[in-house]
Design a protein around this ligand. Structure first.
Ligand code: SAH
Length: 215
């Protein structure tokens, strides 16, 4: 059995905690209350699945903290059937939260193992998403333009190549900065050549690196 009464109870508590921490988007909270985060966790950390913290997954990467997933998803301001490109599939948890909200998710991962594992996990849970093994710096122009782009690794600066894959009115959400600490940044494409930037506090992510890793 994938889910349990115990996990459901812990998830509900986590959602209450996120509300107290300032997350108010009901649809985001509903998705977090629905997606079984424990299925995405490394078995060693299973008992911490509903703790509001990031945890190691394989390939030296992390599953984002639920609060961070909630903030990034809220900032995307998505609607059902929107097309969203995620860069940094990792465990697939963020992709599942978006899929639960009815979003059409395209997600890229540079580690082959994580790409395969996340694809399998979402399949088991019955979520639809398009998975790609590749370098997220390239984006996925052939599937764009996107209503939203979410980057879940620290990026020193946002490449024009990705901004060009946004629809007019679309939003890109990314932790911008070098290793250490990054600033959550939203870039909105308000017109063909006009991009407006706003910032939302400090976060810590693993770095966005170039190229792919075949393991
Ligand atoms: N969204 C994930 C969190 C992932 S951590 C989750 O919900 O679990 C960041 C991920 O970004 C890591 O898996 C890392 O391998 C990946 N990543 C880093 N640089 C990348 C790049 N250039 N292209 C695609 N993925 C990248």
């Amino acid at each position: 059995m994938i889910d349990s009464f115990e996990a459901k109870g812990r998830r509900k508590k986590l959602v209450e905690e996120l509300r107290v921490k300032g997350i108010s988007d009901d649809e985001v909270l509903r998705a977090i209350n629905t997606v079984p985060r424990h299925v995405f966790m490394d078995p060693a950390f299973l008992s911490h699945a509903y703790t509001d913290k990031a945890f190691p997954i394989s390939s030296g990467q992390t599953i984002s903290q639920p609060y961070t997933v909630a903030i990034q998803t809220s900032l995307l301001k998505v609607s059902k059937r929107d097309k969203v490109l995620e860069i940094g599939t990792g465990s697939g948890y963020q992709a599942a939260v978006l899929a639960e909200m009815g979003v059409r998710v395209y997600t890229i991962e540079r580690f082959r193992d994580l790409y395969i594992k996340a694809q399998r996990t979402l399949g088991e849970l019955g979520y639809n998403a398009d998975f790609f093994y590749g370098d997220g710096y390239e984006g996925k122009e052939q599937y764009g333009p996107f209503d939203g782009i979410i980057i879940t690794a620290a990026i020193p600066e946002i490449p024009d190549k990705l901004l060009k894959q946004l629809k007019t009115g679309g939003r890109l959400v990314a932790p911008v900065g070098h290793s250490g600490v990054q600033i959550m940044t939203v870039v909105t494409r308000t017109d063909t050549d006009i991009f407006e930037t706003s910032t939302f506090g400090n976060f810590v992510f693993v770095p966005m690196l170039k190229g792919t890793v075949n393991s």
